[in-house]
Design a protein. Structure first.
Lengths: 909, 151
């Protein structure tokens, strides 16, 4: 039997059992809202699954049942014995059908129109109660209110084969066969043809044989209570501890009669432990396996073209967590397909590819499992949400006024909210995001959402690893040991406070920082966060011995990198995270606790919590300091990493590090000559070599350092004499160079340094090297695309202009927004504008608003260029009308953003 | 007197005061297990310990009752109770015998008691020589509102 089908049978039988029981409870206490919610959800799931499995008869019954339950949930219908009876009757019909399916793998022929009509009567009013079953014979459309009828009709139409088509199993199979032909055999676990044969032979088989087959299916897997696994796990942990103790005892004696049996015991114990752990861990792909089929069916049903992309299916997850997120995930993917993605013709109209994309991603981050579901559909419409919120009385208009877009969007996860304009068979009954959210929150997770109208939505689910096995780094601070999840640890640094090692902890107004390569790493002392101050520590403080050597654990939380200073670092250990006691739940800095191999309890630090705590410290500090810090960060942003080298003469030269693809040392003997130029074979391609000027000499033999620049698929090497250092410094080009190949000179680390013009070097190599077949930007025809570059820094203008020119654009520059607007007033026109964000006078945001608010240039796409690339800035940028947002120095992204933006605006014109 | 009125109590001693816990609530009696401190936790939480593979939160009952610390804490004992499925180890001075007491004899808690004592007391038995205060585990563990977390 199809895996999908057998799982469905097990699940649905269980669900129906629960529904039966809950209905009875509900009948006794109709005010119990949790019961009705639960029942409704289960029936909703049954209905949904039937739809995907192609069981129209079951689906129709479940759908009608759900209608009644929906009315009860919305308090439009009171629970009476009659209502419960009819729902129970529906459940019985479902049970009967299920039993037949289990035997024959085929939905039995039959007609439930009478039951469905009665259910609908209950759901949509009893006025036509008598008439309905009589008037409508085969048709199960209820004679309820007109709107309902229409809805029901739409539902019927979308359904495909329904009651009347009952013998029309054929048409379903035809569909199946068509799907088969289109998709290739590995998409479906069981080809339809085979199934048919199966069925044929099945009926021929004697009943006894069939029964045998049935039981073998049932025996393939058993369901084990998770609590039981949990208990086994605890016992195995104890076994491990006991074994460790025994091993410890025997270690002292050599040649002992215990040695061999103990080794076996040890071996078996380890295997037992591993095996048991495995029973709990499953790749998330297991929960995803049904999705391609579901999406495909949905696509057909809705008439949409959907491409489902899945990344990170191998990410392992505790089985219990997996079970709990399975349904929410399915729901969300369904939602994305139903509400998120537009119809193909709407997509083409808005310049998107006809096929919509749903991307599912899973990965570990900072001790959490992150699951992202994103679509490139229509996104969320804030206005519509607002209207709905007011309609449903979830908030008042004035309350909404003060809310950010994010807050408004979050309303879709509130109970009783559904954005779909009409109820479809697929989703949109208000069982949706609120259920998803509550399910995720139940396991201690969070769900966040970002959406851009017209560009799609992204849901990010973050689930703590409280039930999962993690590798953790054990550290010590003030005599206490703590575990840090290895997933968030980037590296370990040993530092001193007295210059005795390479790394020194420095202080900025009592805040410790560390220079780590080209970054300044903020540090937090674990003992300060923990408020641990032991007597020994105080003594050490006085003697100033403390901190002669300290260890820094470099942690990354999302995009925030910081260091935690600890006293000692031990080993890493595989641990099973156990949830923290409920009375300690509000300690956000711990994600759980565990028992180590030696039997002691250890607290597990939550890097996210620590980041939040240390971030709080900044917020709580007095305002003057805060100001200072903002100033500092502002200055820091102007700093850029520069690669300092020497080439031709003693004077240092520099180039922004971000422009350098790689640093290489090449063997001089490998340099060849081609077309009168020096080239070297590099990564399977010929890479031209050039020098900054003729003073640079390539040594006769040995190795020569080369800076490799790359631009799309072209690379070139700049031969230099010596690579000196990488420094982070303010770049202020003070003298503009007259010489070719240099942008100008700046003071870097107290020395006058020439800044190399990479654009010139590229041109020098490729100007006539690749000649005509240079990759041209989009739309490159007879006339060049015109770009306006707005940036206050002459350095960037000088840096980018040659690059853009090399790429084939016609570039004009403006020093700031005002300057650029003058160009507009003088009637100039551009195909695209690249604008810096931080500019004196008028900043990039204001500039963009200015442009979008005036009809002369409002069609011109604007690409933002900034060192701020936080999501907030990104959102803000989008909000004021930037088409794209690119980090300064990220040349590849800039180029691709230009091409893409031009392409998009070109096709929309 | 019907047998159903009888309740068995494990008696415990804290700072010379006799307390009683219903015997069925006591899961274990421990002595001298290694505690792991939990920084930032409420003062009443002494730490966590490993009891046969289970992590048990240790509660310093003296702190909870506003009593001074035990002078020689190696002398202390603990009894393990369960509350809402979570095990807690209550650190006390000593464990005594099990007494079977008639619930009809239970006197209400005197209103003049210190507030944190009043909170945890489920009544008082007048024994021959001493008074026995019945400990309410649920109340004893309900100190999250004390907001000592930030201290």
């Amino acid at each position: 039997m199809d895996d999908l089908l057998s799982e469905f049978l097990t699940e649905t039988n269980e669900s129906i059992g629960i529904v039966d029981a809950s209905l009875v409870v509900l009948e006794q206490d109709p005010s119990d809202e949790s019961q009705i919610d639960n029942i409704f959800r289960l029936v909703h799931t049954i209905k949904g699954t039937c739809g995907f499995l192609g069981l129209p008869r079951l689906e129709a019954v479940a759908h009608a049942g759900e209608n009644v339950l929906g009315k009860i949930r919305d308090k439009e219908l009171t629970v009476t014995a009659d209502v419960v009876t009819i729902i129970l009757e529906a459940m019985d019909v479902i049970k009967d059908i299920l039993a037949t399916i289990e035997e024959t793998e085929e939905e039995p022929a039959g007609n439930d129109a009478d039951l469905i009509a009665r259910l609908n009567d209950v759901a949509f009013g009893t006025s036509s109660a008598e008439a309905a079953p009589v008037a409508k014979t085969e048709e199960d459309i209820p004679a309820g209110k007109v709107s309902e009828e229409e809805l029901e009709a739409a539902f019927q139409a979308a359904e495909g084969p329904d009651e009347e088509l009952r013998p029309g199993e054929v048409s379903l199979e035809e569909l199946e066969a068509a799907f088969q032909a289109a998709e290739g055999p590995d998409e479906l676990p069981e080809p339809a043809v085979e199934k048919k044969e199966d069925d044929a032979s099945e009926t021929a088989k004697p009943a006894a044989e069939r029964a045998a087959k049935e039981s073998s299916i049932a025996n393939q897997s058993i369901r084990v209570n998770v609590q039981m696994l949990e208990n086994l796990m605890t016992m195995v942990s104890e076994l491990v501890l006991t074994r460790n103790q025994l091993l410890q005892m025997v270690r002292g004696m050599d040649d002992n009669e215990f040695t061999v049996p103990l080794q076996r015991l040890s071996h078996v114990t380890t295997e037992l432990q591993e095996g048991l752990m495995k029973t709990r861990m499953q790749p998330i792909g297991n929960a995803w396996s049904k999705l391609p089929r579901i999406v495909r069916d949905l696509g057909h049903e809705l008439g949409k073209k959907i491409d489902l992309v899945m990344h990170g299916a191998e990410t392992e997850l505790d089985r219990q967590v997996l079970e709990l997120i399975k349904d929410p995930l399915t729901h969300m993917v369904r939602n994305s397909a139903d509400h998120g993605l537009e119809m193909p013709k709407d997509r083409t109209a808005s310049g998107k590819p006809e096929t919509g994309k749903i991307i599912l991603e899973a990965f570990h981050e900072g001790g959490h499992i992150i699951i992202k579901i994103s679509d490139d559909g229509r996104g969320l419409n804030s206005e519509k949400i607002k209207k709905k919120v007011i309609e449903n009385g979830l908030a008042s208009e004035s309350e909404l006024e003060g809310m950010s877009k994010q807050q408004i969007q979050n309303f879709i996860m509130r109970a009783g909210f559904s954005t779909a304009e009409k109820i479809t068979n697929v989703s949109g009954r208000g069982v949706g995001m609120d259920v998803v959210r509550s399910n995720i929150e139940k396991i201690g997770g969070t769900i966040a959402l970002t959406s851009e109208e017209g560009h799609g939505s992204t849901f990010t689910i973050k689930i703590p690893l409280t039930l999962a096995i993690v590798s953790a780094l054990i550290v010590e601070c003030c005599g206490e040991r703590f575990a840090i999840p290895q997933t968030s640890v980037l590296e370990l640094v040993r530092a001193s406070t007295n210059n005795s090692s390479d790394h020194t902890i420095e202080m900025i107004n009592d805040s410790p920082v560390l220079r780590l390569r080209d970054h300044l790493l903020p540090l937090v002392h674990l003992n300060e966060i923990m408020r641990l101050e032991t007597a020994a520590d105080e003594v050490a403080d006085q003697s100033e011995v403390k901190g002669a050597e300290e260890f820094i654990v470099v942690i990354q939380v999302a995009s925030f990198v910081f260091g935690i200073v600890v006293d000692r670092v031990f080993d890493t250990e595989e641990i099973v995270v156990k949830p923290i006691a409920p009375i300690l739940k509000n300690l956000s800095i711990f994600s759980g606790n565990t028992i180590l191999g030696d039997g002691s309890v250890i607290m597990i630090l939550d890097p996210n919590g620590i980041a939040a705590v240390s971030g709080d410290a900044v917020v709580n500090s007095d305002s003057s300091r805060e100001k200072e810090e903002t100033n500092q960060t502002l200055k820091q942003e102007d700093k850029i990493a520069l690669l300092v080298f020497r080439a031709g003469g003693k004077d240092p030269k520099a180039v922004p590090l971000s422009l350098v693809a790689r640093l290489e040392e090449i063997d001089v003997a490998s340099i060849e000559e081609a077309n009168g130029k020096k080239v070297v074979q590099y990564r399977g391609q010929l890479m031209p070599l050039t020098t900054i000027d003729d003073n640079v000499t390539i040594v006769e033999e040995g190795r020569q350092p080369v800076l490799v620049f790359s631009d799309h698929d072209r690379t070139m090497g700049l031969v230099v004499d010596e690579i000196v250092d990488i420094v982070e410094d303010y770049l202020d080009v003070e003298m503009i160079s007259e010489r070719d190949g240099f942008v100008g000179s700046a003071v870097i680390r107290g020395k006058a340094t020439d800044i190399v013009d990479v654009g010139y070097c590229l041109q020098k190599c490729f100007g006539n090297w690749f000649g005509g077949n240079e990759t041209r930007p989009f739309g490159q025809g007879s006339d060049k695309q015109k770009i306006l570059l707005v940036d206050d820094s002459p350095f960037f203008r000088n840096m980018l202009v040659p690059l853009l020119k090399t790429a084939g654009y016609d570039v004009s520059t403006a020093e700031n927004g005002v300057d650029a607007l003058k160009k507009r007033d003088s009637g100039e026109n551009f195909d695209i504008i690249i604008s810096d964000i931080e500019m004196p006078g008028m900043d990039g945001f204001t500039f963009a608003e200015e442009i979008k608010g005036d009809d002369r240039w409002n069609e011109t796409p604007i690409v933002a260029l900034s060192s701020h690339t936080s999501p907030d800035d990104f959102d803000r940028g989008r909000a004021v009308g930037f088409s794209d947002y690119v980090a300064k120095f990220d040349r590849d992204s800039l180029m691709s953003a230009l091409t893409q933006t031009l392409k998009a605006s070109g096709s929309s014109k | 007197m019907t047998p159903s009125n009888m309740q068995d109590y494990v008696t415990i001693l804290i700072a010379d005061q006799l307390f009683g816990i219903p015997v069925l609530e006591v899961h274990d009696v421990l002595r001298g297990l290694k505690l792991t401190k939990i920084p930032l936790a409420p003062a009443e939480v002494a730490g966590a310990l490993n009891l046969r593979g289970r992590i048990v939160t240790a509660i310093d009952v003296r702190k909870r009752l506003g009593l001074p610390e035990l002078e020689n804490d190696e002398d202390g004992m603990s009894i393990v109770v369960e509350h809402q499925g979570e095990p807690y180890s209550l650190m006390i001075d000593n464990v005594g015998e099990v007494l079977s007491l008639d619930m009809n004899e239970l006197q209400p808690t005197p209103v003049t008691l210190d507030s944190c004592w009043k909170e945890i007391s489920g009544g008082v038995y007048r024994l021959e020589k001493k008074l026995l205060v019945v400990l309410q585990i649920e109340r004893l563990l309900d100190f999250a509102g004390n907001s000592t977390i930030a201290a």
